[in-house]
Write a protein of this length. Sequence first.
Length: 684
Amino acid sequence: MSGDKLLTMSLIRQWVCLIVVCFAARALAETAVPPNIILITVDTTRADRMGFLGSDLGLTPNLDALARQSVVFTHAYSQAPFTAPSHTTILTGTYPQFHQVEDFQVPLTKDLPFAPAILKAHGYHTAAFVGSIVLDPFQGLAIGYERGFDTYDSHFHMTRPGEDHYAATDRRAAVVVEHALAWLSKHPPGPFFMWVHLYDPHFPYEAPDPFGTRYKSAPYDGEIAYSDSALGKLLDRLRAQGLFENSVIAMMSDHGESLGDHGEEFHGFFLYDATIHVPLLLKLPGDRFAGKRIDSPVGLVDVLPTILHAVGIEVPQEVQGESLLAMMAPEPKPAANGSTATASPPDRPLYSETEYGVRAYGWSAVRSLRTGKYLFIEAPRRELYDMLADPKAEHDLSASSKAVADTLQSQLDAFRLKTKKNGEAPVPVADPEAQEKLAALGYTAASEDSAMTAAAAAAKGIGGGDPKDKIEIGNWMGEANYLLEVSRLDEAIVLLKKSIAKQPDLWIAYAKLGSAETYLHNFPEAVKARRKSVELMPDSVNLHYELGKILFESQDYESAVPELEFVVAKMPESWKTHIFLAISYSRTNRLLPAIAECQKVLAVMPEQYGTNLLLGRDLVLLGNPEPALPPLTKAASIRPRASEPHLVLADAYEKLGRNADAERERALGNRLAVNGPTPGPIEP
Ligand SMILES: [Zn+2]
């Protein structure tokens, strides 16, 4: 056969192959215009609250209506009971052990497949509307999440004193939906990918009226009903604008909420169904397969490949989940040539894991495998449940069915080995200012110092305290976080001290105690608590920063210096710390290092009023009046109504023998001083 012919045959084979692969996708996406894609994630939402999954509470009329036009997955499982890793799994189609975004501040690396980036490359307009600062890439938290998005509607900020958290760190569902609708009304022509994230069911449960009043005795349910009503508005508008019909709509939650199940109040520590079994709906263009219910177990890791398959886009190789379309429209057996249009195996094990306990409290990681009728949980004390006979997972069989547990343990190990990423884990970004933002939320516990605990977490894996034995502390800390957020400081302090009494090396509790005492202006107590946290975690940049800051605020500049020096050595770009350090040097009469710090700050922030003033003042004190003139003049021009630059300028001119200039500046300074004090050196 000639070379040309061989090439032709090979091309034909490739085409045949491609046609087989794309057959199902094309069948589903055969319309001329590529379907729009709307991804809806409702945070912290339990599967058992959904009408379409059998709840008779009547909380979800809008989602139930959507379910009637969708495929319903009755056994969908989250891969992690925590917002950052679970959303990363949804958006990358990879397992937590692969994407490694186990916590806030761990960057999403550029080599990972990422839904918006893939879709943008295929001509989609992309927009995200998120409900919480924890998914805000511009605040040092969801680092890298902006990749591929034309619009990322977040821009949250720390709660200011007296400010409502709904105006700062999170948004009500109605506001998120309103922003999404505003974008929809003017989105450019062409297909779009829109991600809408609602945060409301996350603690605290305080739905607005009428839901707040109607569900007074079940406030969590009120949040679910409220979120459903907001989604109703979104879905109605899609229908009204004619965008519903040709859209793929995928709705799910990132994880559930324990509400006391197995002793856990919130989510993050455990892998039982309360937090891992999640709602999952998929509406396809033209309502194909509407009303179909799939009972086989599926994972959130399957969402991205399913969406891509549904719109006819090739699934990147790194994606680890499987397209679920095969389950809806069973296809012929895979071709012998290894075509990828495979059907899911009937008993596909579903893997989940959590490192929350390790990262937040130094306990053990927990991993699980759901396979057949079994739920196997790997922890220092492993567990095994027969979910058919014991759906609430109340009777641990790991001792009586040791052989089964052993087998599942080796399956789990093999699965992890096969799916984990080799090579270095992405380094979380130590960022004291982002920590302050997180401190406004209950999530702080997991991340007060993820930069430091990430390595420890990875190294530690299974071992140490079993979260089952520690859950009481986890609940107290979760509640203390909330009490801190709403400034119920005395109550928070009681819970923090209770936690410390139970686990004396709980550095995070000391760190939070330090925050609470600072808010109460109990500086000696705050310093004591902060010192203890540093003693327990001596490598933590964030803890040194907090200790340095509280020492600075209590005017113990001498003690603040070594803490701040530690921070700038590890994080030279923390300009706020350089300013604290410059002032601390200056106040302890170390003028040369103070001047050096000022110069570092002014090299990147030349308009910083306080630093110009401090530099000028220290140069005058050092007997160098000439070089003091430019920064002092600059300070005077930045704040023309401030008296201090003029008074220091007067001293400088006096030392230079320029008496007329000195007199003029002093007179001006004295005149301005009548108006009261000017801002301190920290203010810009
Ligand atoms: Zn979440």
